[in-house]
Design a binder for this molecule. Structure first.
Ligand code: PEP
Ligand code: MN
Length: 367
């Protein structure tokens, strides 16, 4: 994909250089009083650049609170009038989009459960065509980067330029420490595939709790993401949705105070020269790694041909178990990160199996 022509949030929100885009507010707009009280507390800190609240809530199971709907759009209008904060909410279909445009909602977002559905994304793109409303595009709930890219393309094709990707983690069958494991590599791949597309992180939906928020938000800044969207509620325990992951404004200030912003680079000769020298060494090692892989694959090919000629199976489970065990032991001894050796050798072994398979298949075709 070509670098896209986006208008960065710095321009439409008037951010200073290196200032992150921070959006905060409750998961859901519950009552007018709750919305206004939260917004007034958040507006006190100039680090908050926009206010969020879900008006229509995509709940996994029916009979949960599904948002107040249309009526609460007027509460967001009041937030804007009374605090001056731009307001943001989630839209999941054309009717939502039209209602938000009519109500003058400043920023819209497409939720993770909508990004998965090209019909919905197209319907939203069509409804927004001809406007220049900013749209945040959350990653799809499943780890499919093409759906995420496709959603960005649909909005871009509708002439929208104020686009921001939101990394909110991915659904997983494994109940680990995160509600939606971040799978940082997918967000990084998204940045690589669409250079120039701003990306912010949603640590609230990644964590599903409050104790990991700081850690995830810091990693987002370490990855040079452009900001955060964090759920904030005056009384999280009583929240009508996502009670476990919301923080109070005071807790949010603590998180902000602990976060360290990173520079994308430093333009001093000393810094650049040192980095270049280290990178040059890495390039040389990578060169050697690739050459060494090629040599290894050549031997794998010879082994494959030998097995084929003697009608011996490709997979030799005892040999594979021995390789993995021995390499892992060696990696551990010299202090390589756990899993690195395992992942690496799984990859190598899978490629070796594929290569030998193709050698066996080619012989069959030749018969
Ligand atoms: C939300 O931001 O409240 C929300 C529903 O998020 P997601 O689409 O990421 O689950
Ligand atoms: Mn939520």
């Amino acid at each position: 994909m070509q670098p896209i022509s986006v208008i960065p949030p710095a321009q439409w929100l008037g951010l200073k250089e290196n200032e992150p885009l921070i959006i905060a507010g409750p998961c859901s707009a519950e009552t007018e009083a709750q919305v206004l009280a939260t917004a007034h507390m958040l507006a006190k800190d100039k680090r908050v650049k926009a206010f969020r609240a879900g008006v229509w809530k995509p709940r996994t199971r029916p009979n949960s609170f599904e948002g107040v709907g249309l009526e609460s759009l007027s509460w967001l209008q009041k937030v804007k009038q009374e605090t001056g904060l731009p307001v943001a909410t989630e839209i999941a279909n054309a009717q939502h989009a039209e209602a938000c445009l009519k109500a003058g909602i400043d920023i819209l977002w497409i939720g993770a459960r909508s990004t998965v559905n090209p019909f919905l994304v197209q319907e939203i793109a069509d409804a927004l065509q001809g406007t220049d409303v900013p749209v945040l595009i959350k990653n799809p709930i499943n780890p499919d980067i093409e759906l995420w890219i496709g959603a960005v393309e649909r909005l871009q094709n509708a002439g929208l330029h104020k686009l921001v990707a939101v990394h909110r983690g991915f659904s997983s069958p494994i109940k680990g420490r995160y509600r939606n494991p971040p799978e940082w590599h997918i967000a990084i791949e998204m940045m690589r595939r669409i250079p120039g597309l701003p990306m912010i992180c949603d640590p609230s939906h990644i964590c599903g709790n409050t104790h990991l928020l700081l850690h995830v938000a810091q990693t987002a800044f370490d990855m040079k993401m452009d900001g955060l969207i964090i759920e904030t509620h005056p009384n999280p325990k009583e929240a009508w949705s996502d009670a476990k992951q919301q923080v109070t404004p005071a807790e949010l200030w603590d998180i902000f105070d602990s976060l360290v912003l990173r520079n994308s680079t430093i333009n001093t000769e000393e810094f650049l020269n040192h980095l270049t020298a280290l990178r040059r060494q890495i390039d040389l090692i990578d060169d050697r790694i690739i050459e060494t892989f090629a040599e290894r694959m050549d031997l794998v090919r010879q082994v494959g041909e030998y097995k084929r000629d003697h009608n011996v199976s490709i997979l030799q489970i005892a040999r594979w178990a021995e390789i993995l065990e021995q390499r892992q032991r060696q990696g551990k001894r010299i202090g390589l990160p756990e899993h690195l050796v395992e992942d690496l050798f799984n990859l190598i072994h899978n490629s070796s199996i594929s290569l030998q398979e193709s050698i066996f298949r080619a012989a069959e075709v030749g018969k």
